[in-house]
Ligand binder design. Sequence first.
Ligand code: EPZ
Length: 454
Amino acid sequence: MTLLGETATTGGRKGGEGEVLAIRGGRALRGTVEVLGAKNLVTKAMVAALLGESPSVLRDVPDISDVAVVRSLLEVHGVRVEEAGERGALLLDPRDVESAHMEEIDAHAGASRIPILFCGPLLHRLGQAFIPDLGGCRIGDRPIDFHLDALRKFGAVVEKLPSGIRLSAPRGLHGANIHLPYPSVGATEQVLLTAVRAEGTTELRNAAIEPEIMDLIAVLQKMGAIISYEPNRVVLIEGVPRLEGYDHRAIFDRNEAASWASAAIATDGEIFVAGAQQQEMLTFLNVLRKTGAGFEIREDGILFRRGGDLRGVTVETDVHPGFMTDWQQPLIVALTQAQGRSVVHETVYENRFGFTQALVQMGADITVYPHGLQEGPRRVPRRSLEQAAVITGPTSLRGADITVPDLRGGYSHVIAALTAEGESTVRNIGIIRRGYADFLDKLSALGADFDVVG
Ligand code: EPZ
């Protein structure tokens, strides 16, 4: 395995995104897959390494293109990155951090959203930062106003250019009182990565508390940071003048685990997800239990299966500890096989049901309500941007010619094609490599019947 595959040399722009699969569905997926470190921690921990005065070792790094993009951006800033012996371990040496050339940074434009998190660390290390235009999945506006407002509170001067954002900190970075309008994952990470070396104390209110954020806090503590959290989403960060490297094994990828769980249920198969842990998946497992799907928690992973007739459920996506937005797309494919009506309220992003069009083309009965659905008691307060999808099942799916739109939606298209009778052509599957390591190998090992045709 290489952590710097084809995708990295292209700065994450191409990465084989044009690949086409011919999938012959209707076969149950059976076997074992292993999940490594979470994309949404690993990429942030790699950025954190920039803050240290000595090298870091990050373990269980998956071979995905988002990692390659961050690796490449670190390298253009003078960080030496190399495989560190054990499978999936990366050594990140930031001792020669330097300003990168604009063209080198610009080559990463549109590749990922992670570069926004370079702001604080680069300001601390170099006194300035240039961040290219951001990419990431097209699942709504995904603005960065919380990030920029927080950085300004620390004392950063933000200048918007046509090709990106330039930041400087003429008077240094100082601790701040920040109240996020919404518990944004990225903005919380931005504050953490900036506050740890800012002068003075930062109080962050309405912080995100996702397990990946708790793991980033653990990484930063290993580096020498002082971070404590209080009830009600309050995080206190006491700035320190110097941080060292860390040695850390990343938390497992609960999004990938939930994706394979949904694949097992949708195809009426049985998949053991090695490395999955119960605690971080409690909310997902509760929903599975309500559908009647089966799971068995073992010491080294979780076994998922359909286990009989599935029942429809109502799900509301939310920030942690709620039901994660990244879990809803794969689950919806499984819900097309459930008896009766399911409702999924999406409250985190304003445009995350586009992928259902392909499922409808394949025979699913799904209606999307773009302004949400007012019915029944709700746990998550209604948001102005929310939408709802109503899935009525069970429906048999049939093969179709589909093009994947984004990471999680794309994975869901592949599961739908594997569930469907007949042959499907699934295009643009390269995008799935942003977050699913060794994806095709894992599918083969589970008995999926497909060919790469383009
Ligand atoms: C992270 O995105 C994840 N990405 C997403 O995973 C995940 O869906 C999301 O958190 C929620 O858990 C990474 O960690 C790389 P947010 P992030 O800031 O940090 C609004 C996947 O498939 N907002 O919590 O970008 C925003 O528009 C990806 O793995 C602002 O309004 O998410 C959204 O409605 C997709 N202004 C909400 O907050 C801001 O400045 C939550 O976004 C920032 C966010």
